[in-house]
Structures are given as C-alpha cells and as structure tokens.
Design a protein around this ligand. Structure first.
Ligand SMILES: [Zn+2]
Length: 452
C-alpha cells in the first residue's frame, strides 16, 4: 500500500495548505469549459496587476501610463499594451521591480536563475508562488500516472539544485517520505552512467524526471550495450529544448513515453505534455503565455517568441516576460479531454538558434540533422555548432574511438552546401575535430552555441 500519499497530504495540510488547495482547484477545472479556466486566470491576473501597481515603482509607472491600471482600476483590455519585460529591464531597473510590501503571510526568498541564456539574474520569489507551482507539478505528474508518494528519480544536471535538494537531515526525511532520489548528471563518466542504470533497475521508479542531456547520455549507453531496463510509467524532460531524436533515443532505451515539461526558474513549471502528446497543456492557473511576432503583436498558430506572465509571484512580478524561448500556441484541443490550452511546441530557445546574414532565425534542428547519419552509425560521439561573432560557423566533432575526420563518414562538402543554403552563400564553415565538448556550467550539453 502507498502509505506515503496520506502522510504527504497530512504534512502538507499542516504546513503548506495552498499546495493541496491548488491541486484540488486544477483537478476541478481540468475538463471544465475553457471559459471557466480563463475566468480563474483573469481573476489572478487582475490581482497581480493591482498588486504590482500598488507595490513596485516600475510597474506603478508602466501600468499607469499604458492604461492597464489607472487610479487603482484594472483594465484587462489594455493588457497587450503593457511593455514586455526583458532581462535588460530587469538589470537596469533593479530594485524598482521588487515589491516593497507583500500581502500578509507571504514570505520571500531570493533566487538566482541558472544563466543558461547568458548572465544570471537575481530576483525574489514568494512562498505562495512556490506552493502553487508545487501543486501544479504534482498535478502534472499525476496526469502521467505518478501519484503522490510513488517513487521517482531526478537525474539532474545542476549541481547547485542537487545539493539544495539533498543536503541536511530534513531534506533526507522529505525525500524519503516523497520517495524521491537524486542522481547528478553534470559529469557522466562510464562509472556514473553504470551507477545510474543500476539504481533505476534496482529501485524501479515510477517516474524519471531528467535534464535532457544526462538521460540522453545514459540512454545511448543502454542502447549501445543492449541493457534491459526497468520501464517507468513516464520520463519527463525539462530544462532544454526537447528534440525528436533525443526522445527517440530515450524511448528506445526504456520503452516508456518521454514527455516534455516546459518552464523556467523565473516563472515555474508552466506547461507539460500529457500522454496523448498533442502539445504542452498550459497551467493557466499559474501563468499567461503569449506568442508575439517580430512586430510585438500577439499571434496564434505560428511559431513565435514566447512571453510569460507568472500569476503567483508577488515578490517580483514577471509580466509579459520575454525569457528567450520560442513556441507555438494553438486553439486545438487535446484528445485526452483536458481543456487546458495547448502550447503546441517549444522550439529552439533563442540562444540555441542562429541568425543568418539577412537576420532570419534558423532552427537548430536543421544543423543537427546534418550529423544524424554518422550519429546513428555510431561513428560520431558528440557534435556542436558554434556561431562565432563574425557570423562564421565552427563545427566541433568528437569521433568515436577508432574513427577520425575521414572515417567518421561525414560528407563535409554536402553539409557545407546545406548550411550555406540557409545561412548565406558566403558563410564560412569550419570543421574541427576535438577530443571532448564539455557540459555548460548548468549541466546542459550545448548542441548550439551562439557567441554574443
Ligand atoms: Zn492532453
């Protein structure tokens, strides 16, 4: 019997009631008419705007001048007139974005973002955001078949997170009760990969929650050694763009569905795929997600830049925040019957995308596919495409042991031709053979690097 579920609920009831309330709220809405979901989202948005107008210098000025809040009255019809929040604004406005006063009972903690998109930012986050985010995550994983207290392994690429999640007796007790284990994946030697495989097979977790590149490396090892694996109910990937070929590799290794969860440290886990895989269900209780075109207009049904408004963090309002990702919003409904709106795809994060001489953005998948044949043939271990400051491309290749630049099986002329057809005929393309490509400090494997 799963004794953990009642134990966790009891503990949450005593210490973090909002978590349970949020789970109930989301469950009550998951098949409701879309208008009902929108109503909750708009109520929360109104409250956030009013709080921001009342308590932050920056938003007082900005909301007043665009008309979204005037003299204390919120007008949601002017929401799309609110200027976007960018990392530059966060850096230049500093404390003018921090709330000077918080509603009763909200406690604040200062967070540093991972900095995968350049310079990390520091901002405060409050406990209600934390609780609503946690409730949403528990719900999202519940949809995938993991109940509270079912076992999970987090295969994590970020050393800081892992230390925070495992350090101290309280965390150890919490992890025991939640039935959760951690495996670090920022450095994966063959020994580490074998340890992770062994733990999955011995402990048999219901769910794996992973950084893309850690589990991808483990899956490749499993596939190349033909190891029989325990089959989790679901494998959730977060933190990076989830490419179809990565999903394929992991599904081959585990024969379990691989799902993408979308979110960030700033805004929380705002969308997650369900098993029907028609896109990411947006957690409208937690966020407003918009897509905007190059002119800053909101659009639907086309790939564009995402902006996110985080509805619960009153300590630092993220309103129409351009966090540097791209995606596609669709009016389609999911076949699973849940009515939360869909974020059809999250594609190339901006930092992982290239810009050609005409200023057009090129999806990283285009480049990555050029190396697929050698990858599948097992002659290539790693590859990375770097766009240098002068616009030229350096392609770093790590051949498998026993292979070299010639025998790795790449048609360099053909790849160069394909690259020039999108990047421009004068684009300089270099191929470098290197012995290793290190992971980034946040534990991600950078397939695509744009020097900036
Ligand atoms: Zn669905």
């Amino acid at each position: 019997m799963n004794w953990r579920e009642p134990a966790i609920k009891f503990a949450l009831q005593a210490t973090n009631r909002e978590v349970l309330r949020e789970i109930q709220l989301i469950e009550s809405l998951e098949r409701a008419p879309p208008a009902k979901i929108l109503e909750l989202q708009q109520q929360r948005l109104e409250r956030l705007l009013l709080h921001a107008w009342n308590n932050t210098d920056y938003y007082h000025d900005v909301l007043e001048s665009c008309g979204a809040v005037r003299g204390g009255a919120v007008n949601l019809d002017r929401f799309e007139d609110i200027p976007f929040l960018t990392k530059d604004i966060i850096r230049t406005q500093g404390k003018r974005l921090w709330a000077q006063k918080m509603p009763d009972g909200r406690r604040v903690e200062v967070i540093t973002s991972g900095g995968t998109t350049g310079v990390p930012i520091r901002f405060p986050q409050d406990n209600v955001h934390w609780a609503l985010n946690m409730g949403t995550r528990i719900y999202q994983f519940g949809v995938l078949g993991k109940r509270l207290g079912d076992s999970e392994i987090k295969i994590w690429g970020n050393e800081g997170d892992l230390n925070k999640g495992t350090h101290g007796i309280l965390k150890r007790v919490e992890n025991y009760i939640y039935n959760r284990r951690y495996q670090g994946a920022w450095y994966l030697s063959e020994e580490r990969i074998k340890e992770i495989i062994e733990e999955i097979n011995v402990w048999r977790p219901k769910l794996l929650w992973c950084f893309r590149d850690g589990i991808d490396a483990v899956a490749k090892y499993i596939n190349s050694h033909g190891i029989a694996m325990h089959r989790p109910a679901a494998i959730v990937l977060g933190g990076s763009t989830v490419y179809p070929f990565v999903v394929k590799t992991i599904e081959q290794a585990f024969r379990s569905p691989v799902l993408s969860a979308y979110g960030s440290r700033e805004v929380g886990g705002v969308a997650c795929e369900c098993l029907a895989r028609n896109g990411h269900h947006i957690s409208s209780n937690l966020a407003v997600i918009e897509t905007i075109n190059a002119d800053g207009q909101t659009v639907m049904e086309q790939e564009a830049e995402l902006t996110i408004t985080a509805l619960a963090n009153y300590a630092f309002p993220f309103i129409r925040y351009r966090l540097g990702d791209r995606g596609l919003l669709t009016k389609r409904q999911c076949t699973c019957g849940r009515t939360f709106p869909l974020l059809g795809s999250v594609s190339g994060r901006l930092v992982e995308a290239f810009v050609n001489s005409r200023g057009e953005q090129i999806d990283p998948l285009y480049f990555i596919m050029s190396f697929r044949m050698s990858w599948d043939a097992g002659t290539l271990r790693q590859y990375q495409v770097v766009q240098e400051l002068d616009g030229s491309l350096t392609i770093n290749l790590v051949p498998e042991t026993g292979f070299n630049k010639t025998t790795v099986g790449l048609d360099y002329d053909d790849i160069t031709r394909k690259i020039r057809s999108v990047m421009g005929e004068n684009c300089v393309v270099r191929f470098d053979i290197v012995s290793e490509i290190p992971l980034s400090p946040s534990g991600k494997f950078p397939y695509i690097v744009r020097r900036q």
